[in-house]
Design a protein. Structure first.
Length: 159
């Protein structure tokens, strides 16, 4: 299975980069992982809705260039479907059984994803009603993908 994490912005904090590297290494046993970073736009403080729409549109265009037509695209969105870890593992397993060989998970920037990306997504996934920093979300997502593979392999990590 090919899994791409398409995300806005670069990781600057060393502790996050270390966690991403660790989960990437662990996942290499289960899938082909590719992390694709696109440039983020500076968001002025107290930006109007119009300015935020323009920023999301620019970031969305950058994301769209990396989305493949045959891939199953999952957009992380606060209004998406919430799954347990076991439910997420079952979804990944089900996609594989259905013949999907490429999953792309999309993490937006600090103000979220453009509507065009949300419409393109085959699924919207939410981890919580809470808001998380998008850089930290990358670590959380990688950990949950790793947990999913451990669950599907009936290995003890997820307990």
């Amino acid at each position: 299975m090919q899994i791409d994490i398409v995300c806005v912005g670069r990781i600057k904090e060393r502790y996050l980069a270390d966690a991403i590297a660790e989960y990437s290494k662990r996942l290499s046993r289960y899938c082909k992982l590719n992390i694709i970073e696109v440039a983020d736009e500076k968001t002025p403080e107290h930006a109007s809705e119009g300015v935020e729409r323009q920023i999301k549109a620019k970031e969305g265009e950058r994301i769209a260039k990396h989305l493949k037509s045959g891939a199953f695209v999952i957009a992380l969105a606060i209004d998406g479907q919430m799954l347990s870890s076991e439910g997420f593992a079952a979804k990944i397993n089900q996609l594989g059984i259905q013949g999907v060989s490429h999953i792309q998970l999309v993490i937006g920037g600090s103000i979220g994803l453009d509507d065009a990306i949300l419409k393109r997504a085959d699924m919207k996934l939410s981890f919580s009603k809470m808001t998380f920093p998008h850089q930290l979300m990358r670590v959380i997502l990688l950990e949950q993908i790793y947990r999913s593979y451990k669950i599907n392999a009936h290995e003890p990590y997820h307990k």
